[in-house]
Design a protein around this ligand. Sequence first.
Ligand SMILES: Nc1ncnc2c1ncn2[C@@H]1O[C@H](COP(=O)(O)OP(=O)(O)O)[C@@H](O)[C@H]1O
Ligand SMILES: [Mg+2]
Length: 599
Amino acid sequence: MASRSPDLPSTRVALWRSLKLGYRAEPLLIVIAGVTTIAAAVPDALFALGLKVLADAVVAGNDRTLVAAAVALGALTAASWLLRLVSERANRRFADRATVVIESHVARLQASVASVEHHERPDYLDRLSILRDQVFTLNHLYGALFVTAGAVLRLVVTILLLMSLHPALLLLGLLAVPTVVVSTWRAGAERLAEERGAAQARLARHLFTLATTAPPGKELRVSGVGPRLIHERGAAWRRWYDTVVAARWVSAWWQTGSWALFGGAYVGAVIFVAAAIDGSPGDVLLVLAAGSRLSQYVGQTVQEANFLRGFWLDASRRLAWLEDYAAAHHKRADLPVPTRLIDGIRLEGVSFRYPGTERLVLDDVNLSLPAGAVVAVVGENGAGKSTLVKLLCRFYEPSGGRILVDGADLSHMPVEQWRERTAGAFQDFFRFELPTQHSVGLGDLQRLEQRPAVEVAVARAGAGDVIDRLPLGLDTQLGPTWPDGVEVSFGQWQKLALARGFMRDEPLLLVLDEPTAALDAETEHALFERYADAARNREGAAAGRVTILVSHRFSTVRMADLIVVLDGARVAEYGTHDDLVARGGQYAELYGIQAAGYR
Ligand SMILES: Nc1ncnc2c1ncn2[C@@H]1O[C@H](COP(=O)(O)OP(=O)(O)O)[C@@H](O)[C@H]1O
Ligand SMILES: [Mg+2]
């Protein structure tokens, strides 16, 4: 299977979605920010037109137009100032609000992906971590977009104004482009030259240090090499300087050339309007005013567009990718999770390979896990026991085959509903450094605050002794770095994790994946004996609960109703303890070894 990431969605799609997201977050603010930012560019461009009207009115002696033009110019200046002020405020405010919305959007998207594949594939992880870093700045996308749109609009208006005098004046706009290209190129070219000469600069610095600091001082004096060092240093510095200066000259020539070109075109345009097309004094003023700013406008447009492309568009495309990814992994969920199991869970030809890898970790696994049964899974490290558990919990979807819950395909059930009916404790549990009640109560979020529920879970997990030893019982803060927090041993953490796994009263599936590896064999045995009895008798039987127990201890395993032996991605043996022992196969052999060890 190829592990190459799919390409990012197109810029157009990404931008459109980002805009919709912004609009949903703050419809009024985004409109105000967008309209004012873009509109702020216009008065600036129209100023040249006002000047033209004013000049023509002066020449014609038309007082009313003169006053109107003067008022319009004043209004344009005021409007430009006001729009800029409003747009700055609106953008800043919108950006603040947008951050929260975008962050929660990304968090929600990540959480909505049912499997944990994206947490384990390196290429996805990279993409997500970049996105996570960008999330905090993605709110600037909108401001940058509006500013760019404004710059483009101002440029277009200016060129249109010029073209309204004569279409050939478009040329002036085109001849402004080289000035921008050269000044963009110039900075890079000079930096490159500095880097080329860096070795010489370093040498010069090194020689300077040699000649002026204390440690080499004695030897320098004895050998009399001092003057030579100074000479060498000068030479190195000159070599560096020559490289850099040469590059600066070249770039300066280019810049001068491009500006000369634009300057010539500018003068040409003025003469052209005044003489060739017989323009009025107002027309000449228009060319003078609009033309002189053209290069600046082109420059700003290019700069804003580069900025937008370099930073924000990329982030926006990553976000669109995550949206697509989440949507593609949101499975059809049209089957309800049963309230109780009658038949049980069946695996039909289930195969699995971890995303981005080739090897089958589970290969054509067929298993029946009857309702109400406690099923033990044994096998060597890496046999696929934990993987089997992860598939049952739907952390992953099988690569092939199906998992049927009372005959219905598990992959078609809403994953959140299924998770609400699963409970469990894992080998790689997490230490939730919270007040003990919450650390345990997290196992059933709705009953986090219900002390009796937490106490029941603690009792089920045999963790009463852990609580008894805490200074404030269930109110004790866990984790020594917190105020009044206490540290507990690894085994105690494990018991608390187990209690957390026992919080739910009516799980259909309970998985215990080596949750007691840190406890001694006797404790584990006693614990599961009690648990297995309870599961078969009361609550468990009512729900038809399936319990999966992964353990290396055969004293525990033998209590299970059924035992699955995994070997090399396949089911090697399957049956009751007595069956398997009688068969004299792999299980019998392993059991024999351990039992002998205990005797
Ligand atoms: N996230 C993962 N990505 C790739 N391979 C994995 C991942 N997790 C486990 N594996 C591999 O899958 C195989 C089965 O692992 P696992 O189910 O954890 O075994 P067990 O629980 O029986 O010790 C191992 O070879 C392991 O290296
Ligand atoms: Mg494991």
